[in-house]
Design a protein around this ligand. Structure first.
Ligand code: MF3
Ligand code: CO
Ligand code: CO
Length: 262
């Protein structure tokens, strides 16, 4: 297993890619309303990334081993969809919760971040799931410092959400990121303290817990991408790209509209 330590020059490029990624999320938020289609959200983000940011939407045509190329520029995962929801002509309706996952490549480096958005007023249960998932991501982020272990991150997330009756998706995890979209290490959102890789300054990876209101089991849809909860319970996810610094961490996917830590 080889986890790269980024150079100061690479870190500066990752800051730029991270900011652009977060700015796409800032921009698209006001468009997430009842009546809009996820294809329209995809087109708006695509045009901003390509025309204004002069960057590349990493998901478009992304084809990791065994997958058919991803056909769109962003991921839009609604309600019981866990991740990799493919934009379509489906219309968002009042009460939906939707995860928008953005990955931008700028000057050869990737930023990767996602947030939950409410379409109108969510149910109390849906809001609580989203807020808990946001707190869970931050509990993970707050573990990050040199000498800490990846297992500390997973444990912080799992031990927070499971007593609330929620479950952690096992099949997808955070990941190293840099010149490649998905690099080592894998960042599990469950685990035991003081296990796994020891963190060092200069590592960059995502923390992106997928939390289900019901059971943890997943189902892969026939489009080859969309992943849903097997029991059709609601699912939520937040994601940031994180740098390990000498003293702790730096969130790279930040912009004017980034939600503050809980
Ligand atoms: N952005 C996702 C992640 O956080 C990966 C999406 S792959 C795609 O790792 F092809 F579906 F876009
Ligand atoms: Co990611
Ligand atoms: Co992502």
């Amino acid at each position: 297993m080889s986890v790269s330590i980024k150079t100061p020059q690479e870190i500066e490029k990752m800051r730029i890619a991270g900011r652009l990624t977060s700015e796409v999320l800032d921009y698209i938020g006001p468009f997430v309303k009842a009546g809009v289609t996820t294809n329209e959200l995809d087109r708006l983000c695509h045009d901003l990334i390509v025309n204004e940011q002069q960057a590349i939407p990493a998901p478009l045509n992304y084809a990791p081993g065994g997958h058919t190329p991803y056909p769109k520029s962003i991921c839009t995962s609604i309600n019981h969809q866990i991740c990799h929801g493919v934009p379509s002509d489906k219309v968002l309706k009042n009460g939906d919760i939707v995860n928008l996952d953005i990955t931008v490549i700028k000057n050869g480096y990737h930023g990767d971040s996602s947030r939950m958005f409410y379409v109108g007023e969510p149910s109390i249960q849906a809001r609580r799931l989203c807020e808990t998932t946001y707190q869970a991501m931050w509990r993970g982020i707050n573990q990050v410092k040199p000498g800490a272990y990846l297992g500390d991150i997973g444990y912080a997330i799992q031990s927070f959400v499971e007593p609330l009756g929620y479950s952690v998706v096992r099949e997808f995890c955070g990941h190293g990121i840099g010149a490649k979209f998905h690099e080592e290490p894998q960042v599990l959102h469950y685990g035991r303290p003081k296990t796994g890789l020891k963190l060092e300054a200069g590592m960059i990876f995502t923390i992106e817990p997928m939390i289900n209101a019901g059971k943890k089991e997943i189902k892969q849809l026939n489009d080859g991408w969309t992943v849903v909860t097997r029991d059709h319970s609601l699912s939520a996810q937040y994601e940031h790209t994180i740098l390990v610094t000498d003293t702790g961490f730096e969130v790279l996917t930040v912009s004017a509209g980034t939600p503050p830590p809980p």
